[in-house]
Design a protein around this ligand. Structure first.
Ligand code: ATR
Length: 301
């Protein structure tokens, strides 16, 4: 007897995008296409360029068309957080969202998450194999990139966590917001100016936009312990001067590509309930980014 012919409708494809300005060079569509193929999920992931003054209407229109979620990048992470009705605890700490899930009102409404920090932590502790627990960690910058990662860094229980920024008041404001979280995890957390970071950190994370502007690494070599890990959240050509600087100091340099792939995997998990295997995707992206013809500078956040 012949097998019955399936009469079920074609599998429905769910729509997602990366929303930002600019988004033309985002590698998120590539990453999510690889995740979808690997996990057998029927999704379509595109770029959603949002005019600076109309993030909300652009997103609302996207949802009207049936979209299920989006990643959010510069400069809309704070606005995205404000637009959601529900927020994960890590998004609340960051006051910024890089992931939205467009749940219906009956389900509680839009959910905002921030997967940047968990992505960074996973890249450092799993991909780079460097534990953060018991280590001295220095985080540079107090903008959206640093806000997204400070809470998850605290959860790793470093021996000490220092947040330094050019505008020191912004560093203090970010630290003040995380002080209770740090106390809960027994982590000494302090804010300071770039000139006052001290020395000999095991891990230095650059969350400033200095690399994007072609600027120098904003702290001196004394900040690094010999053999330290020095990670810039940028990747591609923008990260090169930082990586060269790290190598010249005897540190291990690392760019933000691993963080980019890991934060994407966490977003995928939130949307689809399955976490892709990031290792093969990161290897592929690495080969593409290191290929001779380079895309424009990009940041992992
Ligand atoms: P993002 O959301 O990507 O973090 P942002 O909110 O504009 O972007 O923050 C950029 C960060 O990089 C800030 O911490 C900024 O310092 P200020 O708060 O003093 O502006 C930092 N930054 C930008 N250019 C820098 C440079 N050349 N040297 C040091 N810090 C720099």
């Amino acid at each position: 007897m012949n097998a019955p012919v399936s009469t079920s409708p074609a599998a429905q494809v769910d729509h997602y995008a990366v929303a930002g300005n600019p988004v033309a060079h985002s590698r998120s569509p590539r990453i999510h296409a690889l995740f979808a193929a690997q996990t057998g999920q029927a999704i379509d992931y595109s770029r959603l360029l949002c005019p600076l003054a109309s993030f909300k209407p652009t997103l609302t229109e996207f949802v009207t068309q049936g979209a299920r979620g989006c990643n959010v990048t510069v400069p809309f992470k704070f606005e995205a957080f404000e637009m959601a009705t529900r927020h994960t605890p890590r998004a609340v700490l960051a006051q910024a969202a890089n992931t939205l899930r467009f749940d219906a009102q009956a389900e509680g409404g839009w959910l905002a998450d921030n997967t940047d920090g968990v992505g960074l932590v996973r890249d450092i502790t799993v991909n780079a194999g460097v534990p953060l627990q018991g280590r001295r960690v220095l985080l540079l910058g107090a903008g959206g990139a640093s806000a997204g990662v400070l809470g998850p860094l605290i959860e790793q229980r470093p021996l000490e966590l220092v947040l330094a920024n050019r505008t020191v008041d912004k560093a203090h404001a970010l630290v003040d917001r995380h002080q209770a979280w740090a106390a809960q995890h027994g982590v000494p957390l302090r804010a300071c100016a770039l000139a006052d970071v001290g020395e000999h950190f095991d891990v230095l994370i650059n969350g400033t936009a200095a690399s994007l502007g072609g600027g120098e690494v904003p702290v001196g070599a004394q900040a690094l312990k010999p053999g330290a890990l020095a990670l810039d959240m940028m990747y591609g050509p923008a990260a090169r001067p930082f990586l060269d600087w790290a190598t010249a100091q005897g540190a291990t340099g690392r760019d933000g590509l691993g963080m980019l792939v890991e934060q994407a995997a966490e977003s995928f998990l939130l949307w689809r309930g399955v976490r892709p295997d990031t290792a093969p995707v990161l290897a592929l992206l690495r080969a593409e980014v290191d290929a001779p013809v380079q895309a424009k500078p990009e940041a992992a956040t």
